[in-house]
Design a protein around this ligand. Structure first.
Ligand SMILES: N[C@@H](CCC(=O)N[C@@H](CS)C(=O)NCC(=O)O)C(=O)O
Length: 216
């Protein structure tokens, strides 16, 4: 009997989206379980004992694979690629693998902190009746400019970050940018990056993982 794999997810979560994109790209047979995720102290399902037993961080995504419980979106992607031999998305050769995973670490440590902070300023603060901090936004946009140029150089004339095939690198980074327009992140100012993002958004996996009532 094949092992059941359960993906605990929230449709609006950009961290869940990168895993969801891989699942759709590879057409994996995975059960989805939607979690009512809320920020700390707001009574979300992610603060309940049952969920904290799966992930003590109280965050989605979580993947249950038989007896094993995995957390952290990029680590889950690595697991799925190894388990289902998805070599296109994460090559097995050491150098190629390291290049793809390098982008996944880069997304988590460089790009996402900048994009998430812009989301807080430009998207969340206005919904809470607070004024965005213009000086902070200026610093964040300067950091985004640095990140965008790093990506543009890597892309060069290639369609995807690691060459001719879409990989975990593109899925991880694309998901981090899913709210770019609502967060006023100026991807359109960088032609190479803009073309890459359009290419990603045109894929059926992007359409299939779009949160309800959201267009990009
Ligand atoms: N580094 C984690 C981040 C996960 C994360 O922050 N998930 C958010 C949803 S986008 C969450 O569950 N937030 C609930 C909370 O912080 O209380 C990953 O990549 O999986």
């Amino acid at each position: 009997m094949s092992e059941i794999i359960t993906f605990h997810t929230s449709p609006g979560s950009h961290h869940c989206r990168r895993v969801a994109l891989l699942i759709k790209e590879a057409d994996l047979d995975v059960d989805e379980r939607f979690v009512d995720v809320r920020p700390p102290g707001m009574g979300g399902e992610n603060e309940k004992e049952e969920f904290l037993a799966l992930n003590p961080n109280g965050k989605v995504p979580v993947l249950e694979a038989g007896e094993n419980t995995l957390t952290e979106s990029n680590a889950i992607m690595v697991y799925l690629c190894d388990r289902f031999e998805l070599d296109q998305f994460l090559p097995r050769q050491a150098i190629e693998r390291s290049r793809v995973m390098g982008w996944q670490f880069w997304q988590a440590s460089h790009l996402s902190p900048t994009c998430d902070a812009l989301m807080a300023e430009n998207m969340l603060k206005p919904t809470m009746g607070q004024d965005p901090d213009a000086a902070r936004i200026g610093q964040l946009l300067a950091e985004f400019d640095r990140c965008a140029k790093v990506m543009a150089v890597a892309l060069g004339d290639s369609p995807w970050l690691c060459g001719h095939d879409v990989t975990n690198a593109d899925l991880a980074i694309g998901a981090a940018l899913m709210y770019a327009s609502a967060c006023e992140i100026p991807i359109g100012d960088y032609a190479t990056l803009d073309d890459w993002f359009k290419r990603l958004r045109a894929r059926p996996s992007w359409q299939a993982t779009q949160p309800p009532a959201f267009t990009s």
